[in-house]
Design a protein around this ligand. Structure first.
Ligand code: ADP
Ligand code: ADP
Length: 220
């Protein structure tokens, strides 16, 4: 599904160069659940951003579903990204002025779908995360765990093959975190590939595979 070969990434700010990732070789197969772990600043977010085609590597090759991304123009990369990935972050990034269902519909606005079809898909995504009864609420009427589930519904509404999650439970207490993890595991069992950054060893053990990063390199 995703293959990184000898991928490196350097950030340049003013006169400071930071080597964030060095010679990463990583293969994520279809329907895997992979957790990325490692200390703060080791390159986890950078790795997730490269996998999700949000950024380009300085060197090395990335293949998504066999497609050689390096040879693609930005516009083509954006299309591949939108058709392949759903994203979840530590903070939920919901729009508080929009009802839950309208938040979930947002990624579909770029697709050629009728309003009716968009609403049906958004409703189905919300039902999948157990929030079918909250469609007409506003985000700030929900708990943190429920808001993250709305964000998951928004991430899956376009039926992505891969879900990328950067510390999705980082702002939640352990009970809500477990509920979010339960949903990610369920989506994975239904065939969605999941790559998740986490600091929580217990959570990571529930996933299929743990990839450990240290100082920009894969160590295990
Ligand atoms: P985490 O440690 O939870 O992964 P960070 O707080 O390190 O998150 O980073 C949050 C965001 O800020 C990331 O998207 C990252 O790319 C960006 N970032 C991190 N470090 C720097 C930096 N030194 N300069 C500019 N942006 C940074
Ligand atoms: P993690 O997610 O493991 O906390 P990051 O991938 O956010 O690590 O960061 C890896 C390294 O790259 C850190 O030293 C961070 O400060 C640096 N970094 C991340 N994003 C940027 C950025 N946009 N500009 C400059 N430096 C960055």
């Amino acid at each position: 599904m995703i293959r990184l070969s000898k991928v490196s990434k350097t950030y340049q700010t003013d006169k400071v160069e930071t080597l964030a990732l060095k010679d990463i070789d990583l293969h994520v197969e279809k329907s895997e659940f992979v957790c990325i772990m490692g200390p703060s600043g080791c390159g986890k977010s950078t790795l997730l951003n490269l996998i999700g085609l949000l950024d380009r590597p300085g060197s090395g090759a990335i293949h998504v579903g066999g497609a050689p991304v390096a040879s693609y123009k930005d516009k083509h990369v954006a299309k591949l990204r939108n058709n392949t990935f759903g994203f979840i972050f530590q903070s939920f990034h919901l729009i508080n002025d929009l009802r839950v269902i309208d938040n979930v519909e947002l990624p579909l606005l770029y697709r050629d779908l009728s309003a009716k079809k968009r609403q049906r898909l958004a409703r189905e995504a919300l039902e999948k995360v157990g929030l079918g009864a909250r469609m007409d609420h506003y985000p700030n009427q929900l708990s943190g765990g429920q808001q993250q589930r709305v964000a998951i519904a928004r991430a899956i509404v376009g039926q992505p093959q891969v879900l990328l999650a950067d510390e999705p439970t980082g702002n939640l207490d352990s009970k809500m975190g477990q509920e979010v993890m339960d949903i990610l595991l369920k989506l994975n069992s239904e065939g969605t590939t999941v790559v998740m950054v986490t600091h929580d060893e217990q959570e990571a053990r529930r996933a299929g595979r743990i990839v450990r990063v240290f100082d920009g390199q894969l160590v295990a």
